[in-house]
Design a protein around this ligand. Structure first.
Ligand SMILES: [Zn+2]
Length: 283
């Protein structure tokens, strides 16, 4: 699923493209379960005539701020993509199908933004300025913000010493934004086995891990995110992200480790595939 770098890619692009635009028409698809709140009729009515004043991100949530104080919050789920400016022909050429369009916003300049989601795990919320959602409230620290220092990282680790390090990285309430691709990459680059407990990590390993979290996410944003075989991520022009070319372990089982040549192995941890080099990442 899209992780921090993919959502940040979309946020940055939309900030340049749709800020100051006014919504003229709103159309929703048949899959109303994507609209979490308010009820679809209200959702459509409340979006009309609103001006977009800014774009934020919290973890894997994209937040579109409106001049009314309301926020349109989008979670891309597994396969959600936002295309702008949208036209039917271009998206077909890029392998997307318009029958999976679930939200369309037409602006007063006649350009159109579309939310397309094949697997329909995406979620949309339209919240007033006082309304909040629990899944966002309980998110942990943003790893690319200045307040995520090594000292703070150590404090968070200390609060949950028995946890296995990969479960820790994947848990959005400690640090938010890492999913399966980037958690695997960070651990490989730091030479740490995903099943190591936090308690067993040395000072040096903790420092390496801290640096790699920042480095991997930063490079991935520069690459416009990752589009890998089983994931459908696209940027707002429908193009794929290029971090996949820099991936060291994710989905590379059987292929040689880029550090030592040993074949990459796959293990299951909490229902997700973990990719490791058995020589570089010792348990
Ligand atoms: Zn290796």
């Amino acid at each position: 699923m899209p992780e921090l770098p993919e959502v940040e890619t979309v946020r940055r692009e939309l900030e340049n493209k749709i800020k100051e635009k006014i919504i003229k028409e709103v159309t929703i698809g048949k899959t109303e379960k994507i609209i979490q709140r308010p009820a679809p009729i209200k959702f459509v009515a409340q979006l009309k005539d609103k001006k977009i004043i800014g774009l934020n991100r919290r973890g894997k949530y994209l937040i579109i701020c409106l001049d009314s104080g309301e926020r349109l919050i989008i979670h891309l789920g597994m396969t959600g993509v936002i295309i702008y400016p949208y036209d039917d022909k271009t998206i077909q050429l890029k392998g997307l199908n318009s029958k999976h369009n679930h939200l369309s916003l037409v602006f007063t300049d006649h350009t159109q933004l579309v939310f397309n989601d094949v697997r329909r795990f995406g979620k949309l919320y339209l919240l007033s300025n006082s309304e909040e959602i629990e899944s966002i409230n309980k998110l942990g620290i943003e790893p690319l913000e200045d307040n995520f220092t090594l000292e703070v990282f150590k404090k968070i680790l200390n609060s949950t010493k028995k946890t296995k390090i990969k479960s820790f990285l994947m848990n959005q309430t400690f640090i938010t934004g890492l999913g399966n691709i980037y958690a695997n990459e960070v651990l490989f680059r730091a030479n740490i086995h995903p099943l190591r407990s936090i308690l067993s990590l040395t000072e040096e390993e903790i420092e390496r891990l801290y640096q790699e979290i920042k480095t991997v996410l930063t490079i991935a944003i520069q690459c416009g995110g990752s589009t890998v075989a089983d994931e459908a991520f696209r940027n707002t022009s429908g193009e794929k992200g290029s971090f996949a070319e820099k991936i060291q372990v994710y989905a590379r089982q059987g292929e040689p480790c880029k550090k030592c040549g040993q074949p990459i192995e796959v293990i299951r941890i909490e229902g997700r595939s973990s990719f490791i080099c058995p020589r570089c990442q010792k348990l």
